[in-house]
Ligand binder design. Structure first.
Ligand code: CA
Length: 221
């Protein structure tokens, strides 16, 4: 899954980026407000981590603009610890959750996973479809209780499809959640990856809808 991280503090950004990358997320980072606004308007993200105090344009203004444009991407706000009124404004402006600074990376990760799940209509940290189980906390996948060994890219693809089980995920959307590079998005990398993933998974779990995309049939329990 692809995440936008908008944070001008390099030290915090580095820690968040390291944590998210180690947890299987693909991360784009922005430092400035206007760049952040633009990215959120032009790219598809599974979630956005938004610092309120950004140079150029503040986070609240950015969030209000996105919501006014009808963009429903889940947003986790980062704000100064004592600025509780800012957090209230943030929630009112359409944020899905907030985290006061300083924070533990584990808590940031748990909150981010939760907003991603909720926005996809899932509520549990462990996703199950038939004999398949994916634990988003441990990044582990098992089939009938037997662990499957997936590469980070395979895990990212399976996790996205499972979060959106029951819906056909278009090829382009899947590509934008997996690859930062536009050149890769246009090639047949997705087909190749689906093929590799299928060989490790129960038969027929991932369905191809030719001309539309891929789907995993729900329900997720
Ligand atoms: Ca800041």
């Amino acid at each position: 899954m692809r995440i936008l991280l908008a944070e001008d503090d390099d030290r915090i950004a580095r820690d968040v980026l390291t944590t998210l990358t180690a947890s299987g997320f693909l991360v784009d980072r922005e430092r400035g407000g206007e760049e952040t606004l633009f990215r959120g308007e032009t790219e598809d993200y599974a979630a956005i981590v938004l610092d309120l105090g950004l140079p150029g344009m503040d986070g609240l203004t950015i969030l209000r603009r996105w919501r006014a444009q009808g963009r429903a991407t889940p947003v986790l706000i980062l704000s100064a610890r004592d600025a509780w009124t800012e957090r209230v404004d943030g929630i009112d402006a359409g944020a899905d959750d907030y985290l006061p600074k300083p924070f533990h990376m584990e808590e940031m990760l748990a909150r981010l996973r939760a907003v991603v799940r909720r926005s996809a209509g899932q509520s549990a940290a462990v996703l199950k479809v038939g004999p398949l189980t994916l634990d988003t906390r441990q990044m582990r996948v098992s089939h009938d209780g037997i662990p499957l060994h997936l590469t980070p890219l395979e895990y990212r693809m399976l996790s996205y499809l499972l979060h959106h089980a029951g819906r056909v995920v278009p090829h382009q959307e899947l590509a934008s959640q997996l690859y930062a590079d536009d050149a890769i998005k246009d090639g047949n990398a997705i087909e190749v990856l689906v093929g590799r993933l299928r060989r490790k998974l129960p038969d027929d779990l991932i369905e191809t809808r030719r001309g539309f995309g891929y789907t995993i049939k729900g329900p997720v329990g």
